[in-house]
Design a protein around this ligand. Structure first.
Ligand SMILES: [Zn+2]
Length: 182
């Protein structure tokens, strides 16, 4: 934390890394209790150098995997930046950044995904704009045909009555035909 950088907004809204609910926290807090799921929400940012030996890597702060970092447990954080290697699923509630040296062997879910040239993600990618997608939107059912937006209107005001003019005339300028006097 930079000295003197305390006059920014005193609170911010984060999304609980357990339930996804919005939580207003002080910018200087290191953990809060989520009002939605009542779990402890760690807010510290974590930097991983070398092999990570913890059982899980879950924080509502940010996670930075340095080039030497090796993580084999699931990662869940607000923003995840990967310069090293993760061999586990990764969830970034906000943004997942995979640097050119970064490699992820596992499924990822993020609000935004940035992969630099050379970076790789070997797994399924799910980009979700909302931290709490509704189950209906996430159902993996058969894709329903979307309504065709550009459907031709079936009630064109055709003026076919009586005007059986041949249509083979080359008409360079197609004047606007107005239905006359009906
Ligand atoms: Zn929660």
């Amino acid at each position: 934390m930079l000295p003197g950088a305390v006059h920014v907004s005193a609170s911010k809204v984060i999304h609980c890394c357990h339930c996804g609910g919005p939580v207003r926290v002080s910018t200087r807090a290191i953990s809060v209790s989520c009002p939605h799921c009542h779990q402890r929400v760690a807010l510290e940012s974590v930097v991983v150098r070398g092999p990570y030996s913890g059982r899980s890597l879950i924080t509502c702060g940010d996670v930075l995997i340095e080039e030497t970092g090796r993580v084999t447990v699931p990662v869940r954080a607000q923003n995840v930046t990967v310069h090293g290697i993760i061999k586990a699923p990764v969830v970034a509630i906000d943004t997942l950044n995979v640097a050119s040296s970064g490699r992820i062997f596992g499924d990822v879910q993020a609000g935004r995904l940035n992969v630099a040239d050379g970076g790789s993600v070997a797994g399924a990618c799910r980009i979700v704009s909302s931290p709490r997608p509704s189950p209906a939107q996430q159902a993996d059912g058969p894709a329903r045909p979307a309504p065709v937006e550009a459907a031709l209107p079936s009630t064109l005001p055709t003026t076919q009555h009586g005007s059986s003019a041949p249509v083979l005339r080359p008409v360079p300028h197609n004047p606007v035909r107005r239905p006359r006097g009906v």
